[in-house]
Design a protein around this ligand. Structure first.
Ligand SMILES: [Zn+2]
Length: 423
């Protein structure tokens, strides 16, 4: 099968490259992390046209605040208050034989290009230079998204019937935290397995960490610093609480060791408070982000442990006991972990290696993505594997080698074929 598909790929190369160039030329950036909206429609228009011409049944799927609220309440997943004007997922279903079904997930939204003067070429006028595509979003992740569409097309062009049903999911608002994929899963979209086409540096990714962002507000009593003893210094109280968090972090590091992932971390990222050196500050706010290891640590337990550590420390201080800090979570996502001995992992690795003639490594990723939703909410065996390098995401002069993009079209086609051989 590989050699047969390779010949067709070679003949269709130009057409497949042009499909990606066209998608890259469409500005699909999210605005204000999705809160203010996004321009995904520019790209969805093109994908809809391509997938319909391939014979798919394509549905436009709208996201609603109700769905997002349901995600938060049921799964601790979802980011409220985003603008969804003109933003919708595309769900394209291709009928196959009786074999196992497969779903590909890719996000069509891209990060804003930032300072244009830092780019060597216009981020939305894609170019091929030195054998690489250059454009905003090519690595994150239009090359992966288009490669999944053309993986189906390659089988069609070779006259091979799809062994099982294939669903292509082109989602919006991933850079806003994953509301697009969340909505699709809450609407009941499922397959026998899922592939997220994010760039993975030729790895098959089977795990990433869970994360939580907290904000803590501490109050005090303001006074001139010459009579400090009559006031309450909110910054010093906050440092007292931060110390408790570092003790918690140290304890976690000692206990939780994951085979593929780094230890849990807790980073104090923002601290604000006070007005002048001779003023006792009456408020202090600090924000932190923590990453925890999946399977070994449960999301809710992590939240409880953070709250317990802060409140226990507060009980040991007269002021904080009577004026406890307010603690809130402003962003969160669960961890992702796919059992490595699952057949999907074996077949994904084998299919990629067949296409590339190169070894792919089963590994974990430092960065979170929609795989956690596919696995935790969709309950589907899930892997992440796609063209490009993670370090090229969200940077200027984003690129993906043309050869790697083409080989991924073949890798996805082979995975559809290999996975669908059993029912
Ligand atoms: Zn991405």
């Amino acid at each position: 099968m590989r050699d047969k598909l390779r010949v067709v790929l070679e003949n269709k190369k130009e057409e497949y490259i042009n499909h990606l160039l066209e998608l890259l030329s469409r500005d699909t950036q999210v605005i204000g992390h999705g809160i203010e909206g996004g321009r995904e429609k520019n790209g969805q228009d093109y994908l809809e046209q391509v997938m319909e011409s391939m014979g798919a049944n394509v549905v436009r799927e709208h996201i609603t605040e109700e769905l997002v609220q349901r995600g938060i309440e049921t799964y601790s997943e979802g980011n409220p208050g985003h603008n969804y004007d003109d933003r919708y997922n595309l769900v394209a279903d291709f009928k196959g034989g009786g074999g196992r079904s497969l779903m590909f997930n890719g996000h069509v939204d891209v990060m804003p290009p930032g300072d244009l003067s830092l780019w060597d070429s216009d981020p939305f006028k894609p170019e091929i230079r030195d054998g690489k595509f250059y454009a905003r979003g090519v690595a994150d992740m239009k090359a992966g998204l288009m490669a999944s569409v053309l993986g189906v097309k390659l089988l069609q062009d070779a006259g091979v019937e799809l062994p099982g049903d294939v669903t292509l999911l082109s989602v919006v608002d991933e850079e806003g935290g994953g509301n697009g994929t969340l909505a699709s899963l809450l609407n009941g979209r499922r397959a026998d397995a899922a592939v997220v086409c994010e760039p993975t540096n030729k790895n098959v990714i089977v795990a990433h960490m869970g994360f939580l962002f907290f904000e803590v507000n501490v109050t005090g009593i303001s006074l001139h610093s010459s009579s400090k003893w009559d006031g309450v210094n909110a910054i010093e109280k906050a440092m007292f609480l931060i110390d408790a968090l570092h003790q918690l972090e140290n304890r976690w590091m000692m206990i939780y060791r994951h085979q593929m992932l780094p230890p849990p971390t807790l980073n104090i990222g923002v601290i604000e408070g006070g007005t002048a050196g001779n003023d006792v500050p009456n408020h202090c706010t600090f924000k932190f982000c923590l990453h925890y290891v999946p399977s070994l640590m449960e999301h809710q337990d992590v939240i409880d442990e953070v709250q317990d550590a802060l409140l226990l420390r507060s009980r040991g201080d007269k002021w904080l006991r009577d004026n406890p800090p307010t603690i809130s979570i402003y962003q969160q996502g669960l961890g992702f972990e796919q059992e490595v001995d699952h057949e999907l992992v074996t077949l994904a690795k084998a299919s990629a290696e067949q296409a590339f003639n190169e070894e792919f490594v089963v590994a974990a990723s430092p960065a979170a993505n929609d795989a956690r939703l596919m696995k935790n909410i969709g309950q589907m065996p899930t892997i992440v594997c796609g063209p490009g390098r993670m370090e090229d995401c969200h940077t200027v002069n984003e690129s993906v080698p043309v050869a790697e993009y083409l080989d991924f079209i073949l890798a996805y086609a082979l995975l559809i074929w290999n996975w669908g051989q059993r029912s």
